[in-house]
Design a protein around this ligand. Structure first.
Ligand code: BGC
Length: 747
């Protein structure tokens, strides 16, 4: 493990070194002067043109504007193109732009590089389960290096939407339910994509999305309405966005949803108010795909012209695919509905991004065919993808230490995803190759087990289809085995955008097939490939082990095989709660206590408590949970004092010992509970974590610091401040930890 960390560091530094060699000395005027001179030459049409983005022929996720984008590029009416990739294609479009448009302002190429460009890393939710900020930053850095080498200037990531509803398919694209963890990961991802110097040719613009509260869509239905208090918005949903501003993110995307009656794309309070004025964000803001046009069906804009005015007045700088700014903005200007100063401001922000990328110096600086060839699918990138995949797997159950498998055991691998190399890289997998390139579980196992008589592979059932003609063959294999490994889950497109589900069980007849296998009386290990928390009560009762593998990416099959056979010891922890059933949703660890908290079976007066009569309040697997092949024991939990004032720091220390039989990593988590507030506080809030490596038999002391800064919240007067009073502090390897001490914050 230590070796791996060193490898990651070496790789991270070599990426920088390579890029610096390519850095050119600036030969053009300083930014402010350069852009002012350029803008002085621009007509109003050309300025508006910079605010326009069209999609090329790549991934289409909504209606495409009828305008011929090639003709518009030639006229200089387009600032950015979405979904154009590869050195060749982007160079063709750039050339057409430079040879035909009057001022030859370079086009900006944007693409959804969410969890890798060609080398695909685990989906964001999976990667977040690693709780490993360095690994996550490196994955974004590699994604950027590959994308940049493929002609891409700008990714629409990170997606930082807090999500507490696993019915929502887009939970797969985010960091899960927690604001603190989500903020740390969001910061790391921006740093990974953008680095510290955008003028290097292996960094790209990041785009924080979807601003804001998109993850709180009612009933988990995509694009649905959001209604929430400003307190919840600021305290729970906005901090990861703010973290990306702190990390220097250069672009933001507005979300599709309305928030308390106002669509995000026309939301002055959010965009001009919070983002640009309060947070001093100086980059540019793009709509989501036709988000501006959608203010009409929302019932907020009466027509396209009105929608454009609402968007520009709210602070939205670029129109993604909608064609509204291009067609309507000049008219709105002539009617005095928007000002030239607003158009200038939007135009300047976009030109600044182009300048900082070095595109004015060399519009083709991302168009080096030789570099594209060298960089894409580099061995060390593929190795890093394996390493991150290994870190992202979460062991949910392991009765009688059925895992890890031994090479001598006869294992029947079954299930619809056992040989899959298509779905395994997940949704939003950019230009990642699927069939023939991504590593399936079968391939991964075959690399480890040389004695082929010990392993067999058979699907048994499909993911959704209820076909039963393959079951018998798989059962026959299983009969001859010592252990069964069932690789099951969803299709990759059952999560992601426009993929909400009301039933989050294993789809199709997979569970029925597991029940058949169970009759054989052999241990069964369930490996899950999926993009969201699933409801697994039956599986938890009936399976001997469960390994949550998410969509683990290009090297996913290797990671799963290495984990099953103990070459990797799983260390992932859930970034999102797994409910017992959909009726419990929304369910998350940092809920409020209520006036009638249910105390479980020890409570005699159970009837009139905040509870269900048909299912326990607890989730099946809570946030922060995840097992290891080894055991970690926590002891000697201490705080440096039972009182701190507003300028002091409290030290919390705890000893963690690896008392099991394997070396392993543990995510040590620290939570607080503010017992009384001017507004009520959650029962627990994550305030720190450290991922540590312990050799078998080793013991380490972990130290956290807590100050008044960590205890702040939006009080009754909406001031963000800590309030004096009593606090509980918890440590452990899960959010359900009961190891706690108390301290007081005094004036
Ligand atoms: C999605 C965005 C994405 C955009 C561009 C939209 O449908 O909501 O997340 O960045 O398309 O592809």
């Amino acid at each position: 493990m230590k070796f791996k960390a060193v490898l990651l560091l070496l790789l991270a530094s070599s990426l920088t070194v390579n890029a610096q060699k390519d850095k050119k000395k600036s030969q053009i005027k300083p930014r402010k002067e350069f852009i002012s001179e350029l803008m002085a030459k621009m007509t109003i049409d050309e300025k508006i043109g910079q605010l326009v983005q069209f999609t090329a022929d790549g991934t289409i996720t909504g209606p495409v504007s009828g305008d011929n984008y090639i003709e518009q590029i030639k006229k200089g009416n387009v600032g950015s193109i979405l979904n154009a990739t590869t050195v060749k294609y982007t160079a063709e479009l750039q050339k057409m732009n430079l040879e035909n448009s009057r001022l030859k302002i370079p086009l900006l190429f944007g693409y959804d590089v969410i969890h890798g460009y060609r080398t695909i890393f685990p989906i964001t939710l999976g990667e977040s389960a690693s709780w490993d900020l360095k690994a996550v930053e490196l994955s974004a850095k590699i994604a950027a290096a590959e994308a940049a080498a493929g002609g891409v200037h700008w990714t629409f990531a990170p997606m930082v939407d807090i999500a507490r509803d696993p019915r929502w398919g887009r939970v797969s694209e985010g960091a899960g339910e927690d604001t603190y963890l989500g903020s740390k990961l969001a910061f790391a991802r921006v740093r990974g994509f953008q680095g510290t110097d955008l003028s290097l040719n292996n960094t790209i613009l990041a785009c924080t999305k979807h601003f804001a509260a998109y993850g709180a869509a009612e009933a988990g239905r995509d694009y649905n309405t959001v209604d929430m208090s400003e307190r919840v918005l600021r305290e729970t949903y906005l901090p990861p966005f703010k973290a990306t501003v702190d990390a220097g993110v250069r672009t933001f995307m507005t979300s599709f949803n309305e928030i308390s009656g106002v669509p995000a794309t026309g939301n002055k309070f959010l965009v001009n108010g919070i983002l640009k004025d309060e947070w001093k964000f100086d980059g540019f803001v793009v709509t989501d795909y036709t988000g501006m046009n959608e203010m009409i069906p929302h019932g907020f804009a009466k027509d396209e012209k009105h929608a454009g005015e609402l968007a520009l007045n709210a602070g939205v700088d670029m129109d993604m695919v909608g064609g509204i700014y291009m067609k309507q903005l000049k008219k709105s200007l002539s009617e005095g509905k928007v000002t030239e100063a607003q158009i200038n401001d939007a135009c300047r922000r976009i030109l600044e991004a182009k300048y900082d990328l070095g595109l004015f110096e060399d519009p083709y600086r991302y168009n080096d065919a030789k570099r594209e060839k060298e960089v894409i699918y580099k061995k060390e990138y593929l190795d890093a993808a394996l390493d991150v995949a290994n870190k992202s797997l979460v062991l949910l159950k392991n009765s009688n230490n059925v895992l890890p498998l031994k090479k001598e055991q006869k294992v029947a691998f079954v299930g619809p995803l056992v040989s899959d190399e298509f779905n395994i890289i997940g949704s939003w997998a950019a230009s990642g190759d699927r069939n023939g390139f991504a590593v399936s579980v079968e391939e991964g196992v075959n690399k480890i087990i040389t004695d082929k008589s010990k392993i067999s592979f058979a699907k048994g059932v499909e993911i959704v289809d209820a076909k039963r003609d393959m079951i018998q063959n798989a059962i026959n294999n299983a009969k001859n085995a010592d252990v069964i490994v069932a690789v099951m889950g969803e299709f990759e497109n059952m999560s992601g955008e426009a993929a909400s589900r009301t039933n989050i069980d294993l789809p199709g007849i997979q569970k029925e097939f597991l029940a058949e296998l169970k009759k054989l009386g052999k241990p069964i290990i369930l490996v899950l490939l999926n993009g969201r928390p699933l409801t697994l009560e039956w599986e938890d009762k009936n399976m001997d082990a469960i390994l949550e593998a998410w969509w683990p990416g290009t090297r996913g099959g290797d990671a799963i095989a290495q984990t099953l056979y103990g070459i990797n010891n799983p260390s992932g922890k859930l970034p999102m709660t797994f409910p017992r059933n959909v009726g419990q949703i929304p369910i998350y660890y940092n809920h409020k206590n209520t006036g009638r908290p249910y105390l479980g079976t020890a409570d005699n007066e159970q009837k009139y408590k905040s509870r269900y009569i048909d299912v326990d309040n607890s989730p099946l697997y809570e946030f922060g949970y995840g097992l290891s092949y080894t055991k970690f024991s926590y002891s000697n939990f201490k705080v440096s004092s039972n009182q701190i004032n507003f300028s002091q720091k409290l030290k919390a220390t705890v000893e963690i010992a690896n008392t099991g039989n394997y070396d392993g990593e543990e995510v040590v988590q620290l939570y607080i509970h503010d017992k009384v507030g001017s507004v009520t506080r959650p029962v627990k809030e994550l305030k720190g974590f450290q991922k540590i490596f312990l050799k078998k038999g080793e013991k380490k002391t972990v130290e956290f610091e807590i100050s008044a800064e960590d205890l702040k919240f939006y009080g009754i007067d909406m001031q963000f401040a800590a309030e004096p009073g009593d606090f509980e502090v918890f440590v452990g390897g899960t959010s359900a930890t009961t190891m706690k001490l108390e301290f007081e914050l005094v004036k």
